[in-house]
Design a protein around this ligand. Structure first.
Ligand SMILES: [Fe+2]
Length: 234
């Protein structure tokens, strides 16, 4: 793991403050009744909506660049191997990594680390700013925890609906560096792509079919990275 010095912690702290200070659109969105109505109706029809420009792009990309080398070595690999079923289908599959105290082998240790990095506090502050908008979109939900999914080249998540997780609402800020990526969501019988754009907010409701296509190496040849910052509401 890269050394977490006081300088690194101070830089992270500045990034959190910048992001929270420069997140003014959230309040304005609800004041624009037509925009707010459209966002709500998109979510109501498919269980998913992408809202652009919720977080400021520049400090968010800088934060992701800072967090990747810290979170990557501690992230827990999630591998679900795909196998043919007796019904002539292929079972679900996935390969990515996650940082989430709820699923970690040593939850207390990870919780302490996320707190020391200032991420726990950042998650609460961000969630409290966003809660009026999330409730407008998805109803009376409450923030529960912050988590991270990390995807590198070839990582993917096959189509699934998270039914086993119950009535959760995931609020996600995916940032992809070095390539183009996104999430696909079932809408009118097709999986439609919603490209990652830094600062955009994906709101994914319960039991919605979705997948993350494999992360491909772009023409630049840079090692692709996708960090999905998630806020879990229930
Ligand atoms: Fe999912």
């Amino acid at each position: 793991m890269s050394a977490i010095t006081n300088a690194v912690l101070a830089r992270l702290g500045n990034r959190y403050d910048q992001i929270l200070e420069l997140t003014p659109k959230v309040d304005h969105l609800l004041e624009q009744s037509e925009v707010a109505r459209q966002i709500h109706s998109n979510y109501a029809s498919t269980g998913f909506v992408k809202v652009d420009n919720v977080l400021p792009e520049e400090p968010l990309v800088e934060l992701v660049s800072d967090l990747w080398p810290i979170l990557s070595p501690i992230a827990q690999e999630v591998i679900m191997q795909q196998e043919p079923t007796p019904h002539g289908r292929l079972s679900d599959g996935a390969r990515f990594r996650r940082v989430d105290p709820y699923c970690a082998p040593q939850p207390e240790k990870l919780t302490r680390l996320l707190a020391a990095l200032g991420l726990t506090d950042f998650g609460f502050r961000l969630a409290s700013k966003l809660t009026p908008l999330i409730r407008h979109i998805a109803g009376p939900v409450t923030f529960r925890r912050l988590y991270f999914y990390l995807y590198k080249e070839e990582d993917y998540l096959s189509v699934h609906d998270d039914r086993h997780v119950g009535a959760r609402v995931d609020v996600q800020f995916p940032v992809t560096l070095g390539t183009i990526a996104g999430v696909r969501v079932l809408s009118d019988g097709l999986l439609r792509v919603h490209y990652d754009s830094p600062g955009s907010m994906n709101v994914l409701g319960p039991c919605v079919w979705h997948d993350v296509p494999p992360l491909l190496r772009g023409v630049s040849g840079i090692e692709p990275q996708r960090l999905n910052i998630g806020l879990r509401f229930t």
